[in-house]
Design a protein around this ligand. Structure first.
Ligand code: GSH
Length: 232
């Protein structure tokens, strides 16, 4: 049985980490049985980030490498029939969501004071004292430094919101009235798109980016469709 090491669920989502939610969604979409290990222990993770999997002793980190590994070992029911242009689009949208929008959303959760209050309570509230006194501010400082390293952290809040809204517009416009990102059939891109859009729409962190997503009803309908199909 595949063991999926991830953070404990928060914000009423399968996971408040869009990467952990992406991988669980992929496993469900591909029909692969798995066991959740809500360790939240990044220090034991091979790349010090979650999620990672242990598949009968084979440990793989990073959702993209994990999905490639799973496709190689168990087959590729979701993406096998995609054309080269569809694969190119899937790669481009995956990068938009994971490498760009992600950092704008990190800003709303870890920098914005009202977002940080919610994040701190949800992610660290169950931690025993004295860890609860020290770990949140250390984690926040580390995230801020990563944001600066990425480049997103060098922009002001207004600029970050504009960047995030532009990404959301791209996803909403491309999805349009299709049931899934690439058309009538779900692909692994939907694991990513659903995880990131649900984390934006359904986590209780208000921001101009979230309000922008709420103004595009096809995104909410898409998330509800994915939830009904894979999490009911
Ligand atoms: N490229 C990685 C990204 C994973 C990632 O960024 N995970 C975050 C949570 S959303 C994490 O573990 N952060 C912990 C840290 O940076 O210390 C993947 O696709 O799995």
């Amino acid at each position: 049985m595949i063991k999926l090491y991830q953070f404990a669920p928060a914000f009423g989502l399968p996971n408040a980490s869009p990467f952990c939610m992406k991988l669980e969604t992929y496993l469900r979409m591909a029909g692969l049985p798995y066991e959740l290990v809500n360790s939240g222990d990044v220090m034991k993770a091979p790349k010090r980030k979650l999620p990672y999997i242990d598949d009968g002793g084979t440990v793989v980190a990073d959702t993209s490498f994990i999905i490639e590994y799973l496709k190689g070992k168990y087959g590729d029911p979701l993406d096998a029939a995609l054309s080269p242009p569809e694969r190119a689009l899937a790669t481009a949208f995956q990068r938009l969501l994971e490498e760009n929008l992600y950092w704008a959303v990190v800003h709303t959760r870890w920098v914005q004071e009202d977002g940080w209050a919610l994040t701190k309570a949800a992610f660290f509230g169950a931690m025993p004292i004295p860890l609860r006194w020290v770990v949140p501010s250390l984690a926040r400082r580390s995230l801020l430094s990563e944001m600066r390293g990425h480049g997103m952290g060098r922009h002001n809040a207004q600029e970050i919101h504009a960047i995030g809204c532009r990404d959301v517009t791209a996803v909403a416009d491309f999805l349009a009235d299709k049931p899934y990102m690439l058309g009538q059939q779900p692909s692994s891109l939907d694991a990513t798109a659903y995880a990131f859009m649900a984390n934006l729409l359904w986590a209780p962190v208000d921001s101009p980016i979230r309000r922008h997503a709420q103004g595009r009803p096809n995104l909410e309908a898409y998330c509800q469709r994915m939830k009904a199909r894979y999490y009911s």
